[in-house]
Every structure is written in structure tokens, then in C-alpha cells.
Design a protein. Structure first.
Ligand SMILES: C[S@@+](CC[C@H](N)C(=O)[O-])C[C@H]1O[C@@H](n2cnc3c(N)ncnc32)[C@H](O)[C@@H]1O
Length: 258
């Protein structure tokens, strides 16, 4: 019997409501069909910016899928650890988005990578639930930078009984040492985000432990200047915010034979 024909449903008609849309890590080809459709159906495309007048990473990734006739709404999320400015920004974003939905608009909020993984859109979702519980919201998952980095490097993320831990890079060397010990003992593959300047001390630490060769360094995955390499080949001073490490300290016993 021939396989059933795969048909794609027509683009959903625009209607009021908010979609939080994951746009993947950088390459506009890595948006899902659902993401492209949600953007196409939107009257208003909202996206995070770190400063007034900034372009916004998610908007840059989705640019080929946004038309000039669509309204745009940059939402300011300052890059700060301070509590109050962040809370105010999440609340202000939720208020603006809910107001647009109440006007009867179909709205999308673009989010770099996946919408649920260390994502600004998660805070916006929580603020909406708290302050605008009647606002209809749906989430469109996206390809995370971790998945894209593993694919770009042909790197198995987790096999058999292994675990995968995705987390920010620890702040202190002692914490990373402890994490590596636990991961080695328990068969956990580590994906360390928010590498940034920590690479300056992470690199020598991995070198001391003999882990540099089997760790994968991925910077700006999906962008034209992406760098995917063995961590051993990356110099100490080279890690911007959009970089991550994948660290595998062992392999399962049963693998295809050589
Ligand atoms: C706030 S988290 C956002 C994660 C995102 N929501 C996802 O699903 O991938 C930001 C961190 O993710 C990682 N990251 C995001 N995009 C990346 C990319 N294109 N290349 C490498 N790392 C990336 C970096 O470690 C960065 O510090």
C-alpha cells in the first residue's frame, strides 16, 4: 500500500490572539512550518530588543518571513541582573501584547531558539497569565541552539540511558568541577549555555581534566559567522554571549562496531 499522502493544512486565517513563536537559533531555514505560518497570519509582529532602536536577534532571524505590510512592535528587555527593570519590562510587554489582542489583532512575539528554554517569552507568558489571564496565547516551539549545534557537528546529544543536562555555565570554577564529576559518574551529557567571558577560565579547567578534545564549542550557530569546533581549537578569549559547550565524558558500552 502506498504511504498516505502528506498534505499541509492551509494557512490559519488571521484572528485575534497571541502566538509566542520560536524562530530557531539563527538560520531563517530553521523556523518550523508552524512558525512561518503563525508569522504570515500576524497583523502585528512583536520582538525583543535589548536597547531602544536595536534590531533584535529574533526579528533578524525571522526577517525573510515578515512582510513590509505587517506592523512591528519592538519590546524593550534590558540586559540587566537588576530585578525591578526586568519585572517592569515583562509587565510592560504583557500589557502591550494584551492590548493589541484586545484590539482584535493577530499578534506574534518572536523568540530566539525555543520559546520555553531560557526564554524571555516564558516571563512574558507568566506575566500574561497573572495580569491578563483572558488573553488567548499559544506557543509554537522552535529549534534550540543546543539541538542546532549538535546537528551542525553531527554530534549525538544523548544515547540509551544517558541524560542530557542543559544549563547555564556555572559562575565559579569549583561549581563546574563538581558538575563535571557528577556528570561523569551519572552518564550525563552537559550542554552549557551563556558561556561568554567564562570561557577564559573554563578552557584551562577543561584542559586540566583532559576534556578539551571531546568538548564541542558552538558560537553563533546558524549565522553566517557560525563557529562549530572542538573546544581544543578555540583560543581562550573567543566566546561571545551566543556560544555554548557540549561536553560528553564517555560513551555507552554498546555502539555500532568499527
Ligand atoms: C537566553 S538563552 C536562549 C536559549 C534559546 N531560547 C534556545 O532555545 O536555544 C541564550 C544562550 O543560548 C545559547 N545560544 C542561543 N543561540 C545561540 C546560537 N545561535 N549559537 C550558540 N549559542 C546560542 C548561548 O549559550 C546563549 O548564551
Amino acid at each position: 500500500m502506498p504511504p498516505p499522502e502528506f498534505t499541509i493544512a492551509p494557512v490559519a486565517p488571521a484572528g485575534p490572539g497571541l502566538a509566542l513563536v520560536g524562530v530557531g537559533p539563527g538560520d531563517p531555514e530553521l523556523l518550523t512550518v508552524a512558525a512561518v505560518r503563525a508569522i504570515a497570519a500576524a497583523d502585528l509582529v512583536a520582538y525583543p530588543v535589548a536597547r531602544e532602536g536595536g534590531e533584535g536577534m529574533a526579528a533578524a532571524i525571522a526577517a525573510p518571513w515578515i512582510t513590509p505590510s505587517q506592523r512591528r512592535l519592538p519590546l524593550l528587555f534590558p540586559m540587566t541582573e537588576a530585578v525591578e527593570p526586568r519585572r517592569l519590562a515583562w509587565r510592560a510587554a504583557a500589557d502591550s501584547l494584551a492590548a493589541a489582542v484586545a484590539e482584535g489583532l493577530a499578534v506574534v512575539l518572536l523568540c530566539e531558539g525555543d520559546v520555553s528554554l531560557f526564554a524571555t517569552s516564558s516571563y512574558v507568558l507568566l506575566a500574561l497569565r497573572r495580569f491578563h489571564p483572558a488573553c488567548p496565547v499559544r506557543l509554537v516551539p522552535g529549534i534550540s541552539a543546543v539541538a542546532a549545534a549538535a546537528a551542525a557537528a553531527s554530534w549525538p546529544l544523548a544515547l540509551q540511558r544517558e541524560a542530557l543536562m542543559i544549563r547555564p555555565t556555572p559562575e565559579q570554577p569549583a561549581d563546574l568541577e563538581a558538575l563535571l564529576d557528577q556528570a561523569a559518574a551519572a552518564g550525563v551529557v552537559l550542554a552549557l549555555l551563556k558561556l561568554g567571558a567564562r570561557w577564559g577560565w573554563v578552557r584551562p579547567l577543561l584542559e586540566r581534566r583532559g576534556l578539551l578534545e571531546q568538548a564541542l564549542f558552538a558560537r553563533r550557530v546558524g549565522w553566517p559567522d557560525q563557529r562549530i569546533a572542538s573546544a581544543a581549537s578555540v583560543a581562550g578569549g573567543e566566546a561571545p554571549y551566543f556560544a555554548l559547550l557540549l561536553i560528553r565524558q564517555g560513551w555507552p558500552a554498546v555502539l555500532p562496531e568499527d
